[in-house]
Ligand binder design. Structure first.
Ligand code: HEC
Ligand code: HEC
Ligand code: HEC
Ligand code: HEC
Ligand code: HEC
Ligand code: HEC
Ligand code: HEC
Ligand code: HEC
Ligand code: HEC
Ligand code: HEC
Length: 322
């Protein structure tokens, strides 16, 4: 699996080499060809990583320990011994002048340009195919907002531990982080769960970049498998509108993380002949009105889920009673 990915990445390198260094088109072309001809020298614009090492020893050493060391050592990629310049562009001029103006620093580029640098190799890997549609892309949150290449950020190149991931996300999404202080919530602050369990930071086809499971189910059913179905008798909103119609996924003041204090209020927003109140996710998709014997003044009929126990879908009863 891993080696297939590397080969795919490396295959992308040829394309990168011929497109991403406009200041030195000739040598870049040469470089593209070099991917297939081992031993072809890089152009004069290029310095080689050992030159960079002379002045940036710490970064060089860190780099050789990071996942990106592949770029430096794998001859097939075309950046053999020139890994630094795969992101920073040709560096001979800078190696001579030692001034910042002569070298590309991804942090100083626009988010789009930074992303292009990274995606020249990372496009179409499993986690990035949908980045085009992500809110992080639209709102100019670049790859480098979350990934520190030289491992000098708090989480290194990539946040992996649950606590690290959550603090990364919470550093910008403070409003969301506080929702996890409510009484009924998922155990995110305890790092038993992460934001990435439910969201794909690289984007997804679903609203709010929500993770999907088995291609087209909501990510929630990865853990709440009993709600997955398919059921003989579906409850339409569970299937078509999603869990967040009735639950507040981050945290709620209401038991079961419901969007309303009482269960019946959740139900009656759709199952009544009153004008519909908008629900969080979709507006007002009305359900059928409860039959007349439901006397809502009587306490017996107020706790809907005492009778309608299979509220997420039933294998046995079309009224979701069992
Ligand atoms: C002769 C020493 C020397 C060599 C060789 C050298 N650098 Fe630098 N580099 C520097 C100095 C000094 C600075 C700080 C410049 C400044 O802040 O004005 C710097 C800064 C940088 C920066 C940051 C620029 C910025 O915008 O802040 C990058 C990126 C960089 N170097 C990459 C490289 C790469 C890649 C190579 C190899 C191709 C390389 N350097 C080779 C001395 C060197
Ligand atoms: C995968 C892309 C990539 C590669 C390969 C890479 N860098 Fe960088 N470099 C970056 C990014 C992005 C930054 C901005 C800071 C950060 O994210 O860590 C950066 C920042 C720098 C800086 C500025 C100082 C700093 O820490 O902010 C220097 C100097 C530098 N790189 C040198 C090098 C050298 C030397 C190599 C090779 C050993 C290298 N880089 C390889 C992407 C890369
Ligand atoms: C020249 C090709 C190339 C470029 C450009 C490049 N990468 Fe990578 N990247 C790789 C390879 C090869 C790997 C290692 C294989 C793997 O884990 O998928 C890797 C791995 C990673 C990883 C995973 C590390 C891990 O521990 O699993 C992250 C995160 C990453 N790169 C981010 C970036 C970012 C951000 C940029 C842009 C600043 C960037 N890369 C630019 C080739 C590249
Ligand atoms: C909002 C924060 C964020 C942004 C923006 C972001 N990433 Fe990530 N990335 C993460 C997190 C968190 C992980 C770890 C996910 C995990 O462990 O499941 C990750 C994982 C990765 C990995 C490892 C792949 C893997 O399968 O685990 C790569 C490669 C990567 N990112 C590259 C990129 C590139 C390239 C970009 C820009 C196009 C980017 N990322 C933008 C947060 C981000
Ligand atoms: C550098 C700041 C920053 C970091 C770090 C960051 N985000 Fe974001 N995120 C944003 C911005 C800006 C937006 C777009 C505006 C908004 O919707 O709040 C956004 C949007 C989102 C959205 C989509 C909102 C929507 O309605 O489409 C989700 C979900 C999200 N981020 C999750 C995450 C997760 C998960 C992480 C951690 C892996 C993370 N973010 C890390 C800045 C950040
Ligand atoms: C249990 C799953 C789950 C977890 C854990 C989770 N989210 Fe969400 N999040 C969702 C769902 C589902 C939505 C969409 C809600 C909707 O459709 O109204 C959402 C919406 C969002 C939004 C956009 C709407 C808003 O409320 O601003 C952002 C931003 C966001 N989440 C960030 C985060 C961050 C940051 C974390 C971690 C601190 C996190 N989420 C943890 C499931 C989750
Ligand atoms: C990574 C696994 C995981 C994911 C993904 C997940 N949950 Fe949960 N959920 C749990 C666990 C574990 C609990 C109960 C333990 C606790 O945290 O108190 C829980 C509790 C709940 C509860 C409260 C149950 C009760 O008895 O009070 C609701 C409602 C819920 N989740 C809905 C959702 C929704 C909606 C989503 C998707 C937006 C989701 N969950 C995604 C693991 C997950
Ligand atoms: C039509 C509204 C509605 C939708 C949509 C919905 N739920 Fe629920 N859910 C409820 C109600 C009401 C309860 C409380 C039942 C009770 O009174 O005990 C509940 C309870 C729960 C519980 C805790 C009790 C149990 O049965 O395990 C979990 C976990 C849960 N829901 C997960 C989900 C997931 C995951 C989804 C999406 C696949 C989802 N819910 C969609 C209404 C809904
Ligand atoms: C977001 C709107 C919505 C919410 C909230 C909602 N429902 Fe529904 N419900 C529907 C729709 C739509 C149908 C399908 C009606 C149809 O088949 O015409 C349905 C079907 C049903 C059915 C089966 C009726 C039939 O003829 O198929 C029952 C029973 C039911 N809901 C009970 C409840 C209960 C109890 C609650 C509260 C826990 C609830 N619903 C919450 C929209 C909702
Ligand atoms: C004491 C048990 C009980 C309680 C409590 C209860 N129901 Fe029902 N409900 C039933 C039974 C039994 C049926 C099936 C009637 C039939 O077979 O036609 C039903 C049917 C329904 C239907 C389907 C109507 C149709 O035309 O298909 C809806 C919608 C409904 N109930 C909603 C609710 C709501 C909303 C609540 C809470 C306010 C609630 N129920 C509370 C027993 C109950």
């Amino acid at each position: 699996m891993r080696s297939t990915r590397v080969v795919l990445l490396l295959a992308a390198l040829g394309a990168y080499a011929s497109g991403a260094a406009p200041s030195s088109k000739e040598s870049s072309k040469q470089l593209g060809a070099a991917a297939h001809k081992a031993g072809t020298p890089f152009g004069d614009d290029f310095a080689g990583s050992s030159t960079c090492q002379m002045c940036h020893e710490d970064i060089y050493k860190n780099f050789r320990k990071s996942a990106h060391t592949f770029v430096e050592t794998d001859k097939r990629g075309g950046w053999d011994e020139h890994g630094c310049e795969s992101c920073h562009g040709p560096g001979a001029k800078h190696a001579g002048s030692a001034t910042a103006e002569d070298i590309r620093n991804p942090l100083k580029l626009t988010a789009v340009e930074t992303d292009k640098t990274c995606l020249s190799c990372h496009l179409n890997t499993a986690k990035h195919s949908e980045r085009i549609s992500s809110s992080h892309m639209k709102d100019a949150v670049a790859c480098t907002s979350c990934h520190t290449i030289h491992g000098n950020g708090p989480a290194g190149l990539v946040a992996r531990g649950a606590a690290q991931v959550n603090s990364l996300c919470s550093s910008c999404h403070k409003d969301v982080a506080v929702q996890f202080a409510k009484p009924f919530r998922h155990k995110v602050p305890e790092a038993e769960m992460t934001c990435v369990d439910c969201h794909n930071p690289h984007g997804s086809n679903r609203k709010a970049m929500v993770q999907s499971f088995a291609a087209n189910d909501v990510g929630c059913v990865k853990c709440h498998g009993d709600k997955r179905g398919p059921f003989t008798f579906e409850h339409a909103p569970v299937r078509f509108e999603g869990c967040a119609t009735c639950h507040e996924p981050h945290g709620s003041s209401n038991p079961r993380m419901l969007v309303r204090q009482e269960v019946k209020s959740v139900c009656l927003e759709c199952h009544s002949n009153m004008p519909a109140v908008k629900t969080p996710a979709v507006g007002s998709p009305m359900g059928v009105v409860p039959p007349a014997f439901h006397d809502l003044r009587s306490p017996r009929y107020q706790n809907c889920t005492v009778c309608h126990q299979k509220i997420h879908g039933s294998y046995a009863d079309r009224n979701l009673l069992k």
